[in-house]
Design a protein around this ligand. Structure first.
Ligand code: PGA
Length: 222
């Protein structure tokens, strides 16, 4: 059975009390071993929630890892407003880099993203590197790529599993990438249609991950 990555990208949502409730809801539901075997479940909340999330995971021994949604291209120092790799690594093992919202709204360039990947690897954070199509350059050090076509993000108009699989195949072949996830309007209803495809190794879930019950359904059925 192939390994699957189920990644929740909460974006800029939730307060600490909402984060606490999300994890409370998750911990109230027992998952059978068969439902999570071979699945790496990763939640990427805002920086301000990482501590609360880690506490909840530890207290209830949940099979969930944490990640950041971004990181500073610099290490510690005089970089007001930045959160560096060492700080994220205290809480999580993963970091999303190159999301289209960061590329578009925060003008993150390919060069900057490549620097972020370098810093992430230096701190043993595993990058989940987002690309919007198969032509986007992927920096060295990336093993997990999330293919997220812009028109599918937050629109309820996901790519077709067949097309997403073809893009994943090309990325794996041409750029020598080990895992390719699909992201963009993933729901409990459609997740399996993507993870069933031969070249897709998981899903990156935005809106549908905010509801703990829907996210659990995605985890169970992916
Ligand atoms: P969506 O977002 O699931 O809400 O479409 C996915 C993402 O932006 O990572």
């Amino acid at each position: 059975m192939k390994k699957l990555f189920i990644v929740a990208n909460w974006k800029s949502n939730k307060t600490t009390s909402q984060c606490y409730l999300w994890f409370q809801s998750i911990s109230g539901i027992k998952l059978h071993q068969a439902e999570i075997a071979h699945k790496e479940v990763i939640v990427c909340p805002s920086y301000t929630l990482l501590s609360e999330a880690k506490k909840a995971i530890t207290e209830s021994a949940l099979p969930i890892k944490l990640g950041g949604q971004n990181l500073s291209p610099f290490d510690e120092g005089a970089y007001t407003g930045e959160v560096n790799g060492l700080q994220i690594r205290e809480f999580g093992e993963y970091v999303i880099i190159g999301h289209s919202e960061r590329r578009e709204r925060f003008s993150e360039s390919d060069d900057l993203l490549s620097k972020k990947v370098e810093v992430a690897c230096h701190h043993t954070l595993i990058p989940v590197f987002c690309v919007q199509n198969e032509k986007i350059p992927i920096p060295n050090g990336v093993a997990i790529v999330a293919y997220e076509p812009i028109g599918a993000i937050g629109t309820s108009k996901p790519d077709s599993p067949k097309n997403a699989d073809e893009v994943a195949r090309v990325i794996k072949e041409k750029q020598n990438i080990q895992y390719v996830l699909y992201g963009g309007s993933v729901t409990a209803f459609n997740a399996k249609s993507f993870t069933d495809m031969p070249h897709i190794d998981g899903v990156l879930v935005g809106g549908a991950s905010l509801d703990p019950f829907e996210f659990l359904e995605i985890v169970k059925h992916a």
